[in-house]
Design a protein around this ligand. Structure first.
Ligand SMILES: Cc1cc2nc3c(=O)[nH]c(=O)nc-3n(C[C@H](O)[C@H](O)[C@H](O)COP(=O)(O)O)c2cc1C
Length: 399
């Protein structure tokens, strides 16, 4: 009896396909077995023989060649692994996935699988930046597909930018996070995190926002995953890449954030680290508002939902441990204590976002973890260290 896990590794037709040979070696070292599936284009870059030798198993290449197709072999193949990984994921494979195409073995398996899918994209920077690719990625994220990378840097084609396949070690770490093979203090726990600002539309081109960079929420998501948790990150618009192996849901407005948060319950721990806009424009304009000689436009505001209080008031699905973040500019601890009472959550993590505190967009912060009967302060720590303090305390509390 072993804890051995298995993955189905789909290798697309990109120049980075050679890295999947190293990936297979690393996975085997971590006691994860690999069944390779090679696309027709992938076979132009690596040979089935190399893959079969390293993986010590048969390589699948053709939908109609599966031995047991009378027993619907492609369905079995898509289900028998613990997890599906696409590396490198070409622009083409992601387009097929986003649109539900199933016209070869790889795309058919991806449509038929009932397992989580992790995608490691690799392509030229222009292909990556193309609106069609970005649209497909947004769709895939919405469908719950997990991502690792791509990295930024020099490419085989001579250009520079995002689009490089993540290094095999990074991909292995992302796979381990999803398979929970790396035991940690949060193993077996689900953690739901909100992060970033929200954007509240005024008209199609303008919005109300705030200075939140999302760094603290993303650091929490990354740390929770590395401590073994199953993590869902609901995030407003930021410049950050979602941490590897974390389920990511991108939203724009406070109401979308509330809906996505509620849709992802139950959770053992929920951390509301997003800087949700307090107000939205009651009725945003359908067309761009024009300057007028008749005077300035008046924005009629409505209050946004209070996500933390909403979670706290839930009867059946309230997270076991509900943590809010408070961005304060004065008398930080006092205000945070009031917020703890008002919102009905279990802890408030307070930070000083006044100019002196200079927290927005910074990698450093000072936090105070405030519970009903204690205050713990951590001054001048990185956001990653702050995340670790919060999550280790959470793990201890839920023991
Ligand atoms: C030399 C060469 C390198 C390529 N590298 C990439 C790449 O890195 N990423 C990508 O998305 N497509 C790349 N392509 C294009 C894909 O091979 C092509 O879109 C193919 O249809 C992908 O098939 P697949 O998605 O079934 O593997 C490359 C093509 C060639 C000829």
């Amino acid at each position: 009896m072993t804890d051995k896990k298995s993955i189905l590794l789909i290798i697309g037709g990109g120049i980075a396909a050679y890295k999947c040979l190293e990936l297979i070696r690393r996975l085997k070292e971590h006691n994860i077995s690999v069944t390779p599936v090679l696309t027709k284009a992938g076979a132009e870059f690596v040979t089935p023989l190399s893959l079969a030798t390293l993986a010590e198993t048969q390589v699948h290449t053709d939908l109609f060649d599966l031995k047991n197709e009378t027993e619907i072999g492609h369905i079995q193949l898509s289900r028998q692994a613990d997890f599906v990984v696409v590396a490198p994921a070409t622009a083409d494979l992601m387009a097929k996935m986003a649109n539900g195409l199933a016209n070869d073995l790889a795309s058919t398996l991806l449509l038929a699988t009932d397992k989580d899918v992790l995608v490691a994209p690799a392509m030229n920077v222009r292909m990556w930046d193309h609106p069609a690719t970005q649209r497909n990625i947004a769709t895939l994220r919405q469908d719950g597909v997990l991502f690792v990378g791509p990295d930024d840097g020099d490419m085989a084609c001579g250009e520079t930018g995002p689009g490089r396949l993540s290094e095999p070690d990074q991909i292995v770490q992302a796979i381990q996070a999803v398979l929970h093979v790396k035991k940690g203090p949060l193993s077996g726990k689900s953690v739901l995190i909100t992060a970033g600002p929200t954007h509240e539309p005024i008209d199609p081109v303008r919005y109300i926002a705030n200075r939140s960079s999302g760094k603290q929420g993303y650091a929490l998501a990354e740390m929770a995953a590395s401590l073994g948790a199953d993590v869902t990150l609901v995030s407003g618009p930021t410049k950050l890449s979602p941490p590897a192996g974390v389920r990511y849901i991108g939203i724009e407005t406070a109401r979308e954030m509330r809906d996505a948060t509620l849709a992802n319950l139950p959770a053992d721990i929920a951390i509301c680290a997003a800087a949700v806009a307090d107000w939205r424009v009651k009725k945003s304009a359908g067309q761009k508002m024009k300057k007028s000689k008749d005077g300035l436009p008046v924005l009629d505001l409505a209050e946004n939902p209070d996500i933390l209080a909403t979670l706290s008031d839930l009867k059946d699905n309230r997270p076991h441990l509900l943590i809010g973040f408070a961005a304060e500019t004065e008398t930080v601890i006092e205000h945070a204590k009031k917020k703890l009472k008002k919102k009905g959550c279990d802890w408030i993590v307070a930070n000083d976002v006044s100019t002196e505190g200079n927290v927005f967009g910074n990698d450093e912060t000072s936090i105070h973890i405030i519970t009903k009967d204690s205050v713990e302060s951590f001054e001048k720590v990185t956001k990653s260290e702050a995340a670790q303090h919060v999550l280790l305390k959470a793990a201890e509390t839920l023991k």
